[in-house]
Design a protein around this ligand. Structure first.
Ligand SMILES: *Cc1c(COP(=O)(O)O)cnc(C)c1O
Length: 227
């Protein structure tokens, strides 16, 4: 019996669900083999999310050229150069140092790189991102405008690793309110992406205002990190 790792039926169900709310799906394919990505590509998916630079570079080289590659992991400054030539959207920009480096590499590649600022909304200290005051300060300062080759498209956040719906709901609501405030700092209309929600909490995230969800295990099955 052939076991399909990719759940294409689930994909169609989720896509129909998202379509009615005009929410964009990023298929999170980290640790998954190229065949799994190709299977979703073949039924129309173009936005894929990866967490690891080397893995992303390898996949980009061997998969179709019209894939939109989202980098959703924690990005180290010294690795920006490897993805700068092709990355479609960087979700996890969490320091100004990283903004500077992305801008530098974008200039070198003669392109503008779209980025989301990551906001720390979870209870866990281990998660990355600007806290509310730091985000506010950065946006009010006007320093973002110095980065000629970066376009800030919106915010990204990860809720706590928890099943407490009230906690998750409060975290998503907090991120949405940061997003609404930040929108005022970008009157040109390009600031319009709120990336929140994963396999376990995307429906809740959408009710709280998400317009981009990052879904992995629901589509590709559980990940195996032991390899
Ligand atoms: C892995 C990952 C996801 C997808 O997680 P699932 O629970 O498999 O949907 C989403 N966002 C980020 C930042 C991730 O690292």
């Amino acid at each position: 019996m052939l076991i399909m790792a990719v759940n294409t039926q689930q994909y169609q169900i989720i896509q129909n669900e998202l379509l009615k709310d005009q929410v964009q799906l990023v298929a999170v394919s980290k640790t998954k083999p190229n065949e799994d990505l190709q299977a979703l590509y073949d039924i129309g998916q173009r936005a894929f999310g990866e967490n690891y630079v080397q893995e992303l570079v390898d996949k980009e080289a061997s998969l179709p050229k019209d894939i939109q590659w989202h980098f959703i992991g924690h990005l180290q400054s010294n690795k920006v150069k490897y993805i700068a030539p092709f990355v479609y959207l960087i979700h996890g920009v969490d320091t100004e140092k990283l903004l500077q480096e992305i801008n530098k590499q974008a200039v070198k590649n003669n392109r503008v790189i779209d980025c989301l600022l990551q906001v720390h909304i979870a209870t866990e200290e281990t998660k990355f991102g600007f806290d509310g005051p730091a985000l506010h300060e950065l946006l009010l300062s006007g320093r973002v405008a110095n980065y000629s080759n970066i376009r800030i498209r919106g915010l990204m956040g990860m809720a706590s690793f928890s099943e407490d719906q009230t906690l998750l709901s409060n975290e998503f609501t907090m991120l949405k309110s940061f997003y609404d405030k930040a929108t005022l700092a970008f009157p040109d209309g390009h600031f319009n992406i709120l990336s929140m929600g994963m396999s376990s909490d995307y429906q809740l995230a959408i009710t709280k205002g998400s317009n981009m969800v990052r879904i992995g295990s629901l589509l590709f099955g559980a990940r195996n990190y032991s390899k």
